[in-house]
Design a protein around this ligand. Structure first.
Ligand SMILES: [Zn+2]
Length: 326
């Protein structure tokens, strides 16, 4: 398993709970996307069920740790859009098109449904059958549960059976029902440092250190930034044809090109902001401020019915002469 870096505070708190076996019935793991919340939840489930735990930490080698890692351990369930999509398409998993249909179904998911929550809640009431003895139910994207789903969950997290833990995960604590929040032990996950992000992404992207500067402290942010930086290379910022070339380089699929355009605008906004902080020239500072306001509008417009390519092209043309570097 990949090591969870940069979250030592949260991990040592969890290890302490495993050592004393004084574990609350429900947690809320919160913090930015892509900082290791889900990995930490799985790691905690392993530590609780590990056959050879060391100082409250999982060994990652025993049969239970390995089964949890593979998703085959009977008492640990990770509920996310992929889990829900599999419940919904209930098709012959051996069929050739299954993987493809699953992908499409996952992309469509926006909310964890009441049916999904009830299904998992039923599991939470069954006695653990594994040798580790702990039942762990991990609910990712918990903020997507709406009224009925959230209310269905409420009574189960209030008083779970002994040795049963719910871990709700969210990047947006403010979007969750207050009644749910009040029943969960909160555990915060901090944004990651640039060094940690570089270390975690350097095998996946070329410009890891640069992308880390634009990542907002998350691995997901770094991967998106790396892609945007890739699209912005080849003189996009200082040749007359750059804007057109970058726009032409966007995907032809609307969903993907929107995402790419948003990443490009995010990276450029950060670069302009940086320039604004550094410059001593009042005229340039004013240009930067105006550009930042324009960029906020551009970001909003790509979510509407405007061509992402056109927005990116216009945004880049407006930066002409600002001598911006990424
Ligand atoms: Zn183990």
């Amino acid at each position: 398993m990949t090591a969870i870096l940069g979250q030592e505070k949260a991990l040592s708190y969890l290890a302490g709970l495993v050592r004393t076996q004084r574990v609350p019935g429900a947690f809320l793991f919160y913090g930015p996307d892509g900082v290791g919340k889900k990995m930490a939840a799985v790691d905690f489930a392993q530590a609780l069920n590990c056959l050879h735990p060391q100082e409250g930490r999982a060994c990652h080698n025993c049969a239970n740790c390995q089964a949890i890692e593979k998703g085959t351990y009977p008492d640990v369930t990770v509920v996310d859009f992929a889990y829900q999509a599999r419940l919904e398409i209930k098709k012959d998993v051996s069929s050739k098109s299954y993987e493809e249909e699953l992908e499409k179904e996952i992309a469509k998911q926006q909310h964890l449904s009441v049916t999904t929550i009830r299904e998992v809640a039923t599991k939470s009431l069954q006695k653990p059958i594994g040798t580790g003895g702990w039942k762990v139910l991990i609910v990712d994207q918990a903020q997507t549960m709406q009224g009925a789903a959230a209310n269905a969950l409420l009574k189960f997290i209030e008083e779970p059976p002994a040795k049963t833990v719910w871990i709700l995960i969210t990047y947006k604590r403010s979007a969750m029902l207050k009644t749910i929040l009040s029943r969960c032990q909160p555990l915060s996950f901090a944004p990651l440092s640039q060094e940690v992000i570089t270390q975690l992404t350097q095998d996946q992207v070329e410009n890891a250190a640069l992308a880390a500067r634009y990542s907002g402290g998350s691995v997901t942010g770094a991967l998106a930034a790396a892609q945007a930086i890739g699209l912005l290379s080849n003189g996009a910022l200082n040749t007359p044809t750059g804007p057109i070339e970058v726009a032409a380089g966007l995907s032809h699929t609307l969903v993907t090109s929107r995402r790419e355009a948003k990443c490009i605008l995010d990276v450029l906004s950060k670069a302009i902001h940086q320039k604004w902080l550094q410059t001593q020239d009042p005229a340039l500072a004013l240009r930067c401020r105006r550009a930042l306001q324009r960029f906020e509008n551009y970001k909003r417009s790509i979510t509407r019915n405007v061509s992402p390519a056109l927005v990116v092209e216009t945004a880049l043309m407006g930066l002409d002469g600002m001598d911006l570097t990424i």
